[in-house]
Write a protein that binds this ligand. Structure first.
Ligand code: ADP
Length: 482
């Protein structure tokens, strides 16, 4: 019999997305279904979801105990890929808003209530659709779904034999709330210290981490890094304690969406055997961004503009980078301070640097296809997806050697002709500039560059592989007799 797995997450492409979490969850659901598992995905019914033509009422509704009384919940549904089922729990007072987690750089004040409700509603729905073999929660927004199922199993008898797996996509986001929220969660006080308390606050991430039967994170290196004080964001002790239950599984890319031979968003499709189209994509990108149609190497970057992504060392490197024969294209949104710094630099150098502040899926594809280099100077990077896309698009990643970047980009070795990109260790502007210089040097030697691009495009980081690893983990979890 096919394993039945329920994915609970706060975002999944194509329904709701702020970052890599959405890409991963959406493509994992599709890939698992393709491998024969029965997949149910549960998401909140955000404003953007309500507007989609492919989302319809499921003819199901129920009451959910929420923070201040009973919350009426309607259920919407859709299909993801061929046959993964997506369900959306709808309570407009929590989710019919412009943002997923906040607006204008500020979190919504009631996120604790919103995602406690989401957890309850998701479990109530799954109990009606169940039984399930595995509940697979993602990040802090799903932490309480794991917690409620483990701590209050009597409420969900249909899920009595459901095993729990929790994936941490980024330990930097912990779902931290004032400890005064705890009584509203309606969880027995006995669990406060061991499962919720975090330096005087409560953490929904800790709830998921401490209560799920198994844990994963999104690359092998990151699984090691989060056990250290530098990268564990205060949770390294919890990770160490659970080391035996924790594995790092490298994320994969959805090549149905991110592949230059099928990408509908790019000016001209191309592939390893017919690479000519990439030049047209570069010209198209320059046109879109009002950069001169130069043959100078073009370095792209698409990211949430937050400290994690290395914005401070990037901004510190801009003068040096722009003194090279190089064009820069940056797309992102996030911290207003970083947005401003980039914008100002773009205004000073309109012929060399284009900055677009905003979320623009189509432009993200155009940057992947039209750039020669892709910059990811991240302070830390649990998995990173853009470098996987870059490899596929023959856009050479220049990355800091951390987390999933280290696990997926191989240093180019001039002597053997092996490798797929350029890495640097120190979190410093000068180290980034040096790595870009190495890339520019290589770009100046066409034979070496062609080899590098061919290596990059030949890599396989497909979500199929990632999904197969998760499927194996689910099977092991279900077979466990403890
Ligand atoms: P993270 O999950 O930390 O944001 P990843 O590299 O794993 O970083 O994934 C980022 C995903 O979000 C990619 O698909 C990237 O193209 C997309 N993305 C980020 N910012 C933007 C933006 N401003 N416009 C369009 N896509 C974006």
């Amino acid at each position: 019999m096919a394993l039945r797995v329920a994915l609970v997450a706060s975002e999944a492409a194509p329904f709701a997305k702020t970052g890599g979490l959405a890409d991963m969850v959406g493509s994992l659901a599709v890939a698992l279904a393709r491998q024969g598992l029965e997949v149910t995905l549960v998401l909140p019914a955000y404003a953007g979801v309500l507007r989609r033509a492919d989302v319809v009422g499921a003819g199901m509704g129920f009451n959910v105990p929420a923070i201040d009384g009973i919350e009426r919940t309607e259920v919407l549904e859709s299909v993801l890929g061929e046959d993964a089922r997506a369900y959306f729990v709808r309570t407009d007072r929590f989710f019919d808003r412009p943002g997923l987690y906040g607006q204008g750089g500020a979190d919504y004040q009631d996120n604790a209530d919103r995602f406690a409700y989401f957890a309850r509603a998701a479990l109530a729905l799954l109990a009606r659709l169940g039984p399930y073999d595995v509940l697979h929660g993602h990040d802090w927004q799903a932490g309480l779904a794991i917690a409620y199922l483990r701590l209050q199993p009597d409420r969900y008898p249909a899920l009595a034999s459901t095993r729990t797996l929790f994936t941490v996509h980024n330990v930097g986001y912990q779902g931290l709330f004032d400890a005064g929220v705890f009584p509203r969660l309606q969880v027995d006080d006995a669990h406060y210290w061991s499962n919720f308390e975090f330096y005087g606050n409560i953490s929904y991430l800790k709830a998921g981490l401490s209560l799920a039967e198994r844990l994963t994170t999104v690359s092998p290196s990151y699984a090691e890094e989060i056990m250290t004080p530098e990268q564990g964001f205060g949770l390294h002790g919890v990770f160490k304690e659970r080391a035996g239950d924790l594995v790092g599984i490298m994320n994969g890319a959805d090549y149905a969406v991110w592949d230059p031979s099928v990408d509908p968003f790019i000016a001209r499709q191309y592939s390893p055997v017919a690479p000519e189209g990439k030049r047209d994509c570069k010209r198209d990108l320059q046109r879109r961004l009002e950069l001169p149609p130069s043959d100078a190497p073009l370095a792209g970057m698409v990211a949430r503009l937050v400290d994690q992504k290395g914005l401070d060392i990037l901004v510190g490197a801009l003068d040096a980078l722009l003194s090279r024969d190089l064009q820069l294209a940056v797309l992102g949104t996030g911290n207003p301070y970083h947005e401003q710094a980039l914008r100002e630099c773009g205004q000073l150098h309109p012929d060399r640097m284009a900055v677009r502040i905003g979320f623009d899926e189509e432009l993200a594809h155009a940057i992947e296809a039209g750039s020669d280099l892709f910059l990811m100077p991240s302070r830390y990077e649990p998995s990173g997806l853009n470098q996987l896309y870059s490899l596929r698009y023959g856009t050479i990643p220049v990355v800091r050697a951390t987390g999933g970047l280290k696990d997926s980009v191989l240093p180019f070795d001039e002597a053997t002709g092996g490798g797929t990109g350029f890495l640097f260790e120190d979190y410093e502007s000068a180290a980034l500039v040096q790595a870009v210089d190495r890339a520019l040097d290589c770009h100046g030697r066409p034979a070496a560059w062609r080899r590098l691009v061919a290596n990059a495009m030949a890599q396989d980081f497909s979500m199929e592989r990632t999904a197969a690893e998760y499927a194996e983990l689910y099977a092991k979890l279900v077979d466990r007799d403890d």
